[in-house]
Write a protein that binds this ligand. Structure first.
Ligand code: SF4
Length: 317
């Protein structure tokens, strides 16, 4: 059986010899399938109608290796966690089960990002070492969801699956993925973030990255300034410091204030707000950013001074 590995993970394991910018603490894998995903998400290189290189997910390249070779190499990589991303195809569940069974003797916790599966399958995942589920809602707007996702699973199916995942794995063990920059407005994003936390799940933020050959290849990535605002709002909601009801928006849905005074914001905002947020041990280095540019999500805490810099640039200091 074959499996895809993120380029950085393959270097860490010694499967590819190249220089690495930041060592991943988590080993990132993706199911291998000869063909495309059966869904047609407009931003995704794996999508049914995309013409993009199948080796890609976001801006990362995922070379293919034998599952057996990889399992041997995981032992030497010093990883804290395994993260398995999946694309959707008819035999997906049985492939994921085989992969999990092969990895189980390694004794590492596993996160699986997957399209909705039955509750019994989630329970089997749990028996095989899975402790976190990633849910690709991706689009933070019910209005845009059907157009951008063009998937077998509706907006409500994704929420139902999130709730089922929490029932099986517990509070805080389901990470809903949201991509910023797909045409949604700030109000829609923050309403979605609040809904996620209200049901006991968590949010992982991504920045839209245009990939050649996808339906959205000509759309620009979101401005960094907007992304920072959403990161701040997410941090404040996650910590229970603010709530959707306290946040103010313009008529067009753009954010005006976080519902927290400037002074208080300066005191409470920590640099971890700008760091990759996901399962424990996840740093996803350079997942949606070019190494030469200021990252949307830092793979480490960028420092207290960075918080002041951001608040300055947003006129919030
Ligand atoms: S379901 Fe996932 S892999 Fe499939 S097209 Fe959508 S984002 Fe890509």
């Amino acid at each position: 059986m074959k499996i895809r590995i993120s380029y950085g993970t393959a270097i860490s394991m010694g499967l590819i010899h190249a220089k690495m910018l930041a060592k991943p603490i988590t080993a990132y894998f993706m199911t291998y399938h000869e063909g495309r995903c059966r869904n047609n998400c407009a931003f995704c290189p794996q999508a049914r109608e995309s013409r993009a290189d199948l080796k890609k997910l976001s801006r990362i390249t995922w070379p293919v290796f034998e599952l057996e070779t990889v399992t041997e190499k995981v032992k030497t990589g010093g990883f804290a966690r395994i993260c398995l991303q999946t694309i959707d195809y008819p035999d997906l569940v049985s492939d994921v089960l085989t992969i999990l069974e092969t990895f189980q003797p390694l004794g590492l916790p596993v996160s699986v990002s997957i399209t909705p599966v039955e509750e019994a399958v989630l329970k089997r995942f749990k028996e095989l070492g899975v402790d976190y589920i990633g849910i690709g809602l991706d689009v933070a707007s019910e209005r845009l969801y059907p157009k951008i996702k063009d998937s077998l699973y509706s907006w409500e199916d994704m929420w139902r699956f999130t709730e089922e995942s929490i029932e099986v794995f517990g509070k805080g063990k389901a990470f809903v993925h949201i991509i910023i920059g797909l045409g949604e407005n700030d109000r829609e994003v923050i309403e979605t973030i609040q809904r996620v936390y209200d049901i006991g799940a968590e949010v992982s933020l991504f920045a839209f990255t245009p990939i050649k050959g996808t339906r959205l290849e000509n759309l620009n990535p979101p401005p960094l300034e907007r992304y920072r605002k959403i990161q701040i709002a997410l941090y404040l909601i996650r910590k229970g410091i603010t709530h959707l009801e306290d946040i103010k928006f313009r008529e067009d849905g753009s954010l005006i204030s976080f519902g927290v005074g400037k002074e208080k914001l300066r005191e409470i905002l920590k640099d971890e707000a700008f760091r990759t947020y996901g399962c424990p041990g996840c740093n996803r280095p350079y997942y949606n950013e070019r190494p030469q540019r200021e990252p949307y999500n830092f793979p480490f805490n960028p420092g207290k001074n960075y918080v002041l810099e951001v608040l300055d640039s947003l006129g919030l200091r």
